[in-house]
Design a protein around this ligand. Structure first.
Ligand code: 13P
Length: 342
């Protein structure tokens, strides 16, 4: 591994006007998304769906990288190319989710710890040989009565730091993702307070584990009112509090922060991204690494049928384009309505 490999991956992922497509849903998650449409979650359907996404015409204009799941990185396109190779050939960088999902933190019944550190060093070497150039690990923090606890935040921060150190050792750029869930009745002020504590804990652990901040990306949510909070903050307040929180807690050495969508409506997520990214006086590049907010319209249109592939790909292209413009602060209502699908 050389530093220049990590640097070139970071640079390519953060190229202006592009973001990352998260298509790394685990077996239970993709099953849930398919079930809502009565599609059975067979290996072939999962492969076919991901192929629809990855072969979307024009996707490379707005997407720099794709996060894959373990099953997908081993699959082939229908014309027999290994999926990571097919992506690389198109100029899209393949990445891989390497955590093994969450489990209950013992003694802390309503909190989660992310699993997957055992054997990770060997798995990373294998993923690199399969063509991955970056990795992702997601920690989940829930806001509720008396939670999150310091124990939960610190345990997840240490796991993220060890994952990041191991990834860099293998020449893979880690995407460090501490997700503060938007579920709950909490206010936007409380979301900011918790996210601040989580980010400070994560960066303290990254520092302790000697992780090179220049060679990682932070993936996080926006600062939002809880989904069930009666008082919903508007776009301007979301942008202001999100940037304030990052300025206080994210070191300037970090090259980029990419947003997860976390269950926000896809158009609303794009509007918020646009206002956040209009601000230029920040030390990091800001972009997106959306799963649902990029895929939802395409998945609904595809609906498991060969006949719908072109329309599904147009829907994905449209969302990618809107978000690609939003990261430059150039998204507009007019462009949203120019959707070829409606
Ligand atoms: P969402 O954008 O659907 O939250 O997914 C992003 C992701 O990769 C979560 O780990």
């Amino acid at each position: 591994m050389t530093t220049s490999e990590l640097e070139s991956t970071v640079k390519a992922l953060l190229v202006s006007g592009k973001g990352i497509l998260a298509a790394d849903e685990s077996f239970p998650t993709i099953e849930k998304r398919f079930k809502a449409l009565n599609i059975s979650s067979t290996e072939d359907n999962r492969r076919a769906y991901r192929e629809v996404l990855f072969t979307t015409p024009g996707l490379t204009e707005f997407i720099s990288g794709v996060i894959l799941f373990d099953e997908t990185i081993r699959q082939r396109t229908s014309d027999a190319f290994p999926i990571p190779e097919a992506l690389t050939k198109r100029g899209i960088i393949p990445g891989i989710k390497v955590d093994k999902g969450t489990t209950t933190l013992p003694n802390f019944a309503s909190e989660k710890i992310t699993q997957g550190l055992d054997g990770l060093r060997d798995r990373l070497i294998e993923y690199q040989q399969l063509g991955a150039r970056f990795t992702k690990w997601r920690a989940v923090i829930t806001i509720g009565e008396q939670i999150p606890t310091r124990t939960c935040i610190e345990a997840n921060s240490k796991a993220l730091a060890l994952f990041a150190a191991l990834s860099q050792e293998t020449g893979l750029v880690p995407i460090v993702e501490p997700e503060v869930l938007m579920n709950g009745e909490h206010t936007i002020a409380h979301c900011e307070e918790i996210t601040d504590a989580v980010l400070k804990s994560v960066f303290s652990a990254l520092f302790d584990y000697r992780v090179a901040l220049e060679h990682l990306l932070l993936k996080t949510g926006m600062i939002l009112s809880g989904a069930e909070c009666p008082q919903q903050a508007d776009v301007a307040e979301v942008a202001e509090k999100t940037l304030r929180c990052f300025r206080r807690a994210v070191p300037a050495a970090v090259p980029g922060i990419v947003f997860l969508s976390g269950g926000q409506n896809d158009e609303v997520a794009t509007q918020r991204l646009n206002v956040i990214c209009r601000t230029s006086d920040v030390p990091w590049k800001l972009s997106f690494s959306f799963g649902r907010a990029l895929q939802s319209p395409a998945l609904n249109i595809w609906n498991g049928s060969l006949n719908n592939i072109t329309a599904a790909q147009s829907a994905l292209h449209h969302r990618a384009k809107c978000n690609g413009f939003a990261v430059q602060g150039k998204y507009s209502e007019q462009m949203e309505r120019a959707n070829p699908i409606i």
